[in-house]
Ligand binder design. Structure first.
Ligand SMILES: [Zn+2]
Length: 264
């Protein structure tokens, strides 16, 4: 890409007969490449939620070159579910071809520091609106929800982990995609489960579930019109396997939204 851009610029200059100096004297080709790169790479901006509080956390807004859907990915809503926030910590460095990718890798910073589910305000995943008339319950949930309302993501995926495996224990949501059944989310859930189960032991296979629990970020997003889901790994597997499964879920979610990941 960089070589092509430079070549095009040089060819343009040569074809207009403006180049009289030897190639070695062409003014700073690094700058030319740098400018081209700045125009084509996805710019990233950040925003700190709750600045100065114990729960302050950074959100990343990654733009693709072309217009497209807005996709939200969050992790760490529960601080003792590390695969989700470790995966989201990688996703925040991804580049996309179109649209906007919003990543909130560590939604519940207090819980992550203490490796606890609780956020200091209670269970963050029960604090979001349960109807269109409601708001969020506490300062942390309100800060996150106001960003949700600002960006109105077309798609929202929240990354979690469950104890145990749903196929072995119906009280567990481990290894599942829990989706809000609007749009074509059933199609995404089916494709994801089918892909992950190719590399997952049958006794731990992924399941499709609905709906996300009341008060969860994904449920609230579904009520407010996003195509949304919670992805859950089972916390008995090695962390690398769990993170890899989260990354697959996120990339397939972006692809489902029509967005390609161009760099990781
Ligand atoms: Zn969770």
């Amino acid at each position: 890409m960089r070589i092509k851009t430079t070549t095009w610029i040089l060819t343009g200059v040569l074809s207009f007969g403006l180049l009289t100096a030897p190639l070695s004297m062409i003014p700073n080709s690094v700058n030319i490449v740098g400018e081209a790169a700045a125009a084509t790479n996805s710019p990233v901006t950040t925003k700190v939620l709750g600045k100065g509080t114990s729960w302050e956390t950074t959100m990343y807004i990654i733009k693709g070159d072309k217009p497209g859907p807005t996709v939200w990915v969050s992790g760490g809503v529960h601080g003792n579910e590390p695969a989700g926030y470790k995966a989201a910590g990688q996703v925040k460095n991804w580049k996309i071809d179109k649209g906007t990718l919003i990543v909130l890798p560590e939604a519940n910073k207090v819980g992550i520091k203490k490796f606890r589910r609780d956020s200091g305000f209670g269970d963050l995943n029960r604090a979001f609106p349960q109807s269109k008339k409601e708001g969020a319950d506490n300062a942390l949930a309100k800060a996150i929800w106001s960003e949700y309302l600002k960006y109105k993501p077309d798609y929202l995926l929240d990354l979690h982990e469950g104890f145990d495996y749903h196929v072995q224990n119906k009280d567990s949501v481990g290894q599942s995609i829990i989706y809000y059944p609007t749009g074509n989310m059933d199609d995404y859930a089916s494709k994801l489960v089918s892909k992950l189960n190719k590399t997952t032991a049958y006794s731990k296979r992924f399941s499709k579930l609905k709906y996300p629990v009341g008060g969860s970020l994904a449920r609230a997003a579904g009520i407010f019109g996003s195509k949304s889901a919670i992805f859950e790994t089972g916390d008995d597997d090695p962390i690398n396997t769990r993170v890899k499964n989260h990354l697959t879920a996120v990339e397939m979610f972006l692809n489902h939204a029509g967005v390609k990941v161009t760099a990781k």
